[in-house]
Design a binder for this molecule. Structure first.
Ligand code: COA
Length: 322
């Protein structure tokens, strides 16, 4: 089975935080952040909720797709930082945009979430369970950051991206996915401690935040991106030259450039916007997809590769024809 993209959208908080702004609240510098990551600024909420961002991105995508919200059979939000555990962010979107006929749920595959969600939608299409879906990646990671930890808090940003997709016959679609829970400690966020009548609650327990072994994640990323991209190309019997555009998770410029070098992909086929947004986790690929769509750089029939990696550990790539 395969799909076509009908429309895309994105949304981010108004508040922009530059590297220099961060250097006023922690011991860091524009030079350090730029050199190690390529990030120059990011959007950090000063009021918008996760729900506001995902709903706005969804509204833009549905409008651009030119469909009625009632035509949606499926809404999936990839996220690890929603406002509520229940209802899901997807149910909130359903209510806000009036998509009364959609089945709605969230998935958490960290920064690979948008890839995982597209593959789930493709499975729904194959099983005849849906025809039209809205797939969103949205995060308010600033909510779970340790703002005293300069090694993680400078890397991430808040935002949401969305795509309306529709089942399509005879279109190219290949995917490769994987997970490795054994290396889960490399990027970890533990929820609050359990509180129930049978547990002695430790009142002095510290607040939980995201923590990361940056170097381990770096080593993982530079290996896994080329591996899963090579796998989807091999499945399709194509080479890098056959692909028009590679949309890679926007974590770090050095990671993207390393993958480009290993795969011999010219950099002009790999758009980047991490300098503007930082790492927005599950939102990074759909925000980039929207940017590329709005710039009209892609046309019908073009082949694109999407590739994500992140906490879990998780990774995945999709090769699709537009
Ligand atoms: N500003 C200034 N100095 C900083 C800093 C910051 N924001 N963060 C860390 N440092 C310091 C460290 O304390 C260390 O100082 P020391 O040598 O005095 O101990 C020094 O910079 C080097 O730290 P290190 O962690 O070795 O840097 P690095 O070269 O590995 O770069 C990352 C750190 C996080 C940029 C890099 O490991 C990385 O990009 N990893 C991948 C992370 C990622 O993409 N995660 C998301 C995946 S979805």
């Amino acid at each position: 089975m395969a799909m076509t993209i009908l429309g895309t959208g994105s949304s981010f908080p108004e508040n922009t935080v530059t590297n220099d702004d961060l250097s006023k609240i922690m011991d860091t510098s524009d030079e350090w952040i730029r050199e190690r990551t390529g990030i120059e600024r990011r959007h950090i909420t000063s009021g918008e909720d996760h729900s506001d961002l995902v709903c706005k991105a969804a509204e833009h995508a549905v409008k651009q797709a030119g469909i009625q919200p009632e035509e949606l059979d499926l809404i999936i939000v990839a996220t690890l930082s929603g406002d509520y555990s229940v209802p899901s962010a997807a149910c909130i979107v359903q209510d806000r945009i009036g998509a009364a006929n959609a089945v709605c749920f969230d998935v958490n595959a960290a920064c690979s979430g948008f890839i995982y969600a597209l593959n789930i939608a493709n499975g729904y299409f194959s099983a005849g369970m849906a025809e039209t879906a809205l797939i969103i990646g949205g995060e308010v990671l600033s909510r779970i950051m340790d703002w005293t930890d300069r090694s993680t808090s400078v890397l991430f940003g808040d935002g949401a991206g969305a795509a309306v997709i529709r089942k399509a016959e005879n279109k190219l679609y290949e995917t490769s996915q994987g997970s490795d829970g054994n290396r889960g400690n490399a990027l970890i966020y533990k929820r609050e401690q359990i509180r129930n009548p049978y547990i002695q609650v430790k009142e002095d327990e510290e607040e939980n935040h995201l923590s990361m072994d940056g170097q381990m994640v770096y080593r993982f990323a530079v290996k896994v991106i080329p591996k899963c991209i090579e796998e989807v190309l091999e499945k399709a019997g194509l080479t890098v030259d056959d692909v028009d555009c590679f949309l890679l998770h926007q974590a770090n410029r050095r990671i993207v450039e390393s993958a480009a070098k290993r795969l011999h992909i010219p950099l002009d086929k790999i758009p980047m916007n991490l300098q503007e947004f930082g790492n927005t986790s599950a939102a990074s690929i759909p925000i980039l997809l929207d940017e590329v769509y709005q710039s009209k750089r892609l046309k019908k029939g073009d082949k694109i590769v999407l590739c994500g990696f992140g906490g879990g550990l998780t990774w995945g790539a999709i090769l699709m024809e537009l």
